[in-house]
Design a protein. Structure first.
Length: 129
């Protein structure tokens, strides 16, 4: 497990659960650090829990996004407080390996926006007509 140190003295470690600036209807949502890639700006892989993304076509409620690659800088701007220092990781390896293969072929990237904006964008994509 790698960790990263940054200018705002957040020290992200794999397994940590963080509170973050959420959308207004998801105040209890948290994110977890899944993996830290030392590439470019330190790409940090997170899972997001406690979401309320309703699929208007199926009526299903999506409460989890299992894998999101995000820049360390964007994550620093998103998190508010550390909730728990070390928690068991969910199964994310399959999604990570797919992303990593595409990233190495320059066919995938990572987010450079706030976590709440990522959630909002995914919500819009799911519910696009």
């Amino acid at each position: 497990m790698e960790n990263s140190k940054n200018s705002s003295s957040n020290n992200f470690l794999v397994g940590q659960i963080w509170n973050y600036e959420t959308r207004s209807n998801e105040e209890n949502s948290t994110l977890q650090i899944l993996k830290i890639d030392k590439a470019e700006n330190n790409i940090i892989h997170i899972a997001i829990f406690g979401l309320k993304i309703k699929n208007n076509k199926t009526g299903d409620l999506n409460e989890v996004i299992g894998h999101i690659p995000i820049s360390e800088e964007s994550l620093i701007k998103s998190v508010t407080t550390l909730k728990n220092n070390q928690m068991e990781l969910p199964d994310f390896e399959s999604g990570y390996l797919q992303w990593k293969a595409a990233f190495e072929e320059n066919k995938a990237g990572y987010f450079t926006i706030l976590v709440k904006d990522i959630v909002h964008s995914i919500d819009e994509i799911i519910n696009k007509n």
